[in-house]
Design a protein around this ligand. Structure first.
Ligand code: COA
Length: 296
């Protein structure tokens, strides 16, 4: 029997009610590119205004202008490093001054690269924990009073790489596992204030930095797309999940993880074994140095 055709690529504007997020404001770290920018864009297409934050002032202002132009909604781009609580506090203050409030927060800023533990300095390990884990914590600390005031919600963009051992990903695996744990505590501590917190864990999403770094070949060329539901993930697979969780459809959902990966964690060949020849890659990292370099 031949397999079924690939599932459709969802378009949030055709699935969710127009104006679903009218009068709402979303604040997103890492919102200037990739998956998080697409999540913000979908919410803006459905009526939200946005505050997006990343390290590079020029990049984030350009992305904010693009989002406003494409959606007709307000978008403010502010530069802040999620490792800096004062910078985040300032971004929240400026954003709230401009748009009045924050209803939703996407903790999306992340750092990653490929390196075996033997090639990972303490500072390299710490840097990724600082960006992903401390960055999430800092963002929550900077925004929680705003979300208490609006009975809002968090989505933390995590990953699936720590669901099993994945070579060259000690730093990111530890960081994302901590983010998952943190989200559950936020859910129980802030639930009584009317604030929800959930994890969205993307699988292999085409056209993202993470995918280009971790996947075996260039976008769409290897067998993982075949092994899963029949296509690679698209950014809109993730933005639809965000729209669902932030809408009233998700009103009774908190403290949970939503994996959007086309079933990849259950389906061989998995990234852990597909990306690099195993065990040669750990026995002799130099033998795959060119493969790693090509993805950094
Ligand atoms: N392999 C091993 N170590 C690396 C590395 C790599 N590819 N890239 C950076 N490091 C190490 C540095 O050597 C340094 O450690 P050291 O002081 O012991 O030498 C440490 O990490 C910090 O690097 P630095 O460049 O000072 O930090 P940064 O604040 O600029 O952050 C990144 C570096 C790579 C984490 C960050 O720029 C980044 O993540 N960029 C890509 C974003 C991305 O991949 N997003 C998608 C996430 S899925």
């Amino acid at each position: 029997m031949s397999r079924a055709p690939p599932p459709p690529v969802p378009d949030p504007t055709k699935i969710f009610q127009p104006g679903l997020f009218k009068g709402k404001v979303v604040f997103a770290t890492g919102g200037g590119s990739g998956i998080v920018m697409e999540m913000v864009k979908a919410m803006m297409q459905l009526g939200a205004d946005a505050i997006i934050v990343s390290r590079s002032k020029e990049k984030i202002e350009t992305s904010a202008a693009e989002l406003s132009r494409e959606t007709g909604q307000k978008c403010i781009g502010l530069s802040a490093d999620v490792r800096s609580p004062p910078q985040l506090k300032e971004a929240v203050e400026k954003g709230v001054k401009a748009l009045g409030k924050i209803n939703f927060v996407i903790c999306g800023a992340a750092g990653n690269f490929l390196a075996p533990i033997s090639g990972l300095s303490e500072n390299a390990f710490k840097t990724v924990l600082d960006i992903d884990t401390l960055g999430t914590y800092n963002t929550v600390k900077a925004t929680m009073e705003e979300l208490k005031a609006t009975h809002g919600a968090y989505i933390h963009v995590s990953a699936t790489l720590h669901y099993r051992g994945l070579i060259y990903q000690a730093h990111a695996s530890a960081a994302k596992a901590a983010v998952d744990a943190l989200s559950q505590v936020i859910a129980v501590e802030l639930g009584p204030f009317g604030v929800r917190s959930n994890i969205v864990a993307p699988g292999a999403i085409l056209g993202t930095v993470g995918m280009n770094k971790l996947s075996q070949k260039k976008d769409g060329e290897d067998q993982m797309g075949e092994a899963m539901l029949g296509r690679w993930g698209q950014k809109s697979d993730i933005s639809c999940m965000a729209c669902y969780l932030f809408s009233d459809a998700g009103a009774w959902i908190t403290g949970h993880k939503f994996v959007v990966d086309g079933g990849e964690v259950h389906t061989p060949p998995q990234m852990a074994s597909a990306s690099f020849p195993y065990p040669q890659a750990v026995l002799d990292p130099a033998s795959v140095a060119d493969l790693i370099k090509a993805r950094l």
